[in-house]
Design a protein around this ligand. Structure first.
Ligand code: HSE
Length: 433
């Protein structure tokens, strides 16, 4: 069997997991790849004295790996945007295949990186960047190749899902976030997790591969979970819904929806049962219908599992001197469609609205009339008489699917009524039809 040489840049949570699994399962992995995958160099800006690296040379200069002529595959696990971009472009220039777990890098610089890799005739693989250990990019790029994919919706940030799950049990936000950080799930900057930026990185990649469009991260809409209250979690549950932080991408004739925000999902749907650090991605294809990919979205060895699958793909190319490769986004580059991302006013969704109404006769009729004037159909309405305080009473409404523009206008009018108090709480809802 041939040897294929791998260099690892970055020895944090995922780097450590990749090193350990590659060593532990070396024989199985070699059997699958048809070659021996040898780690011949490791570089990490931070020392890992706690890890036994055997006789593999280690340095704190990450460019040592891309400049080593013996290395066939560079594994980029340093994270971040700019240094990672320079490192990956240098590896490509040096004729090396690249495996990365860096969703930020691919979402933001992927168009440039893929073009450079195409020109150099090397592969850049990024399965581990999207939903950690779940092989969802393999499914979207290859397994669903016969489908027109109409929408993708997923819980694609483990930290956020962990926080929302624990908050259902009444635990405070900050305490749960600290726990997720200690477990190695959170990003270096945890606002990326809770504000939806990390999920938007992953959604951008999923949408590009699913619909065959260029990566357009800068146009993705993000809304985080920090404003979600236990009150709305509990009332959504009473309506038969659960609040999840979802990434939703939908293809329309006029463009694509690309949005990350808290979302009510029916409690009876499988995705509502996805708790803790687990991720799930629902993909709707015209031929197959709905499929769901579920599993650990973060963590050392879970993410290493996806990194190693990509190393195996790249190693087969090296060992067999093969030209056979799946295009980066699953479509030939010249087949990508120039579909723009729609503005949020143009998206379509159902909505949960919580209005603080004054306890006066006719207030419900006024609310209903404003919604009806804007063409908004009510699915259910709940007036919490038992929760009346200081003459104010919460009115909770679930609407049918409408355009966000209609809801925005209706909310403006609801807030200007003299019979309501304070801002209307609005959370989008999805029934997956
Ligand atoms: N911070 C990410 C998450 C790690 O919590 O899902 C995996 O991408």
């Amino acid at each position: 069997m041939k040897d294929v040489n791998v260099g690892i840049c970055g020895l944090g949570t995922v780097g450590g997991g990749t090193f350990n699994v590659l060593n532990r399962n070396a024989a199985i992995i070699a059997g699958r790849a048809g070659c021996n995958i040898r780690i011949t160099r490791i570089a990490s800006r931070r020392n890992r004295d706690d890890m036994d690296l055997g006789d593999v040379p280690f340095s704190t200069e990450i460019f040592d790996v891309v400049n080593d002529p013996a290395i066939d595959i560079v594994v980029e696990l340093i994270g971040g945007y700019e240094t990672a971009r320079e490192l990956v472009l240098a590896a490509i220039r040096n004729g090396k295949h690249v495996v990365t777990a860096n969703k930020a890098l691919i979402a933001v610089h992927g168009n440039e990186i893929f073009a450079a890799a195409d020109e150099a005739g090397v592969v850049v693989a990024y399965e581990a960047g999207v939903a950690g250990g779940i092989p969802v990019m393999k499914a979207v790029r290859e397994g669903l190749a016969g489908n027109r994919i109409d929408w993708i919706a997923g819980i694609i940030n483990g930290t956020g899902n962990y926080i929302l799950t624990e908050m259902r049990a009444g635990r405070p936000f900050a305490e749960v976030l600290k726990e997720a950080q200690d477990l190695g799930y959170a990003e270096a900057d945890p606002t990326f997790d809770v504000e939806g930026i990390d999920a938007a990185h992953k959604l951008t990649i999923l949408a590009a591969a699913g619909f065959g469009v260029p990566l357009q991260f800068e146009k993705a809409f993000t809304e985080g979970i920090s404003a979600i209250t236990p009150y709305d979690i509990a009332h959504a549950e009473q309506l038969g819904y659960r609040i999840k932080h979802l990434g939703i991408a939908r293809r329309r004739d006029e463009g694509i929806e690309l949005r990350v925000h808290p979302t009510l999902v029916p409690r009876s749907h499988l995705i509502a049962q996805v708790d803790g650090v687990l991720n799930a991605v629902l993909v709707d294809g015209d031929a197959v219908g709905q499929t769901m990919y579920y599993g650990p979205g973060a963590g050392d060895e879970a993410t290493a599992s996806a990194v190693i699958a990509d190393i195996v793909d790249a190693a087969r190319i090296v060992a067999n001197e093969s030209a056979l490769r799946v295009p980066y986004l699953g479509f030939a580059p010249d087949a990508l469609e120039d579909l723009d991302v729609l503005s949020m006013e143009d998206i379509q969704s159902a909505y949960y609205l919580r209005i603080t109404a004054l306890d006066r006769p006719g207030v419900l009729a006024k609310i209903a009339s404003i919604l009806s004037e804007h063409g908004i159909n009510i699915e259910s309405i709940m007036q919490k008489e038992s929760e009346m305080k200081d003459g104010r009473i919460p009115v909770i409404i679930l609407t049918h699917t409408v355009q966000e523009r209609q809801i925005n206008r209706a909310i403006e009018e609801l807030e200007s009524l003299s019979d309501t108090d304070g801002p209307v709480v609005r959370i989008r809802a999805e029934n997956f039809n």
